[in-house]
Design a protein around this ligand. Structure first.
Ligand code: CMP
Length: 150
């Protein structure tokens, strides 16, 4: 099992798409093991996007991500990091394939609805940045036995 961090960005919140997008992750079989609504502190977002600090869009990105409350969540499942990124599609909604979340709901590179961790190391660091250990819950759902075979 693998865990990945996702953030429903301000555009997903303003467009009231959280429920529909979350359904896609649930439909796939991924399990929510942590979730909260928060107004992100600027310092937390700056750290989260530190790797993009030199990029021309960095300041706008940080302002955008702190412009409204967001929902941060941790999803769990086999190969969850790759599975979630595949469900999201390409960064820019214009290029994202139909059938993906960004391909179906987006037309922009900044307003791309959901952030998701891009690798095992970043997932670990991002989960630790946004969640305390006791905010994550380990549990089994009744349907899990029919999603992943033993
Ligand atoms: P995300 O997956 O959250 O990771 C970095 C974010 O930077 C990305 O999604 C986009 O929202 C944003 N981004 C990437 N490229 C550009 C760009 N060229 N212009 C504006 N924003 C961008």
């Amino acid at each position: 099992m693998e865990r990945t961090l996702i953030i429903f960005k301000p555009d997903a919140m303003h467009r009231m798409l959280v429920g529909r997008i979350l359904s896609r992750f649930e439909d796939k079989g991924l399990r929510v093991v942590g979730m909260k609504l928060q107004q992100s502190p600027r310092a937390q977002v700056e750290k989260h996007y530190e790797v993009h600090k030199a990029r021309p869009f960095y300041n706008d990105l940080v302002s955008f991500m702190t412009s409204a409350p967001v929902i941060v969540a941790v999803l769990e499942g086999p190969s969850a990091i790759a599975v979630v990124r595949n469900l999201l599609g390409a960064t820019n909604g214009i290029e994202a394939a139909p059938g993906t979340i960004r391909g179906d709901f987006g037309l922009d590179k900044q307003f791309n609805l959901v952030h998701a961790s891009d690798g095992a190391e970043t997932a670990k660091a991002e989960i630790e940045l946004f969640f305390k250990a006791d905010e994550l819950v380990q549990y089994k759902r009744a349907g899990d036995a029919w999603i992943v075979s033993a």
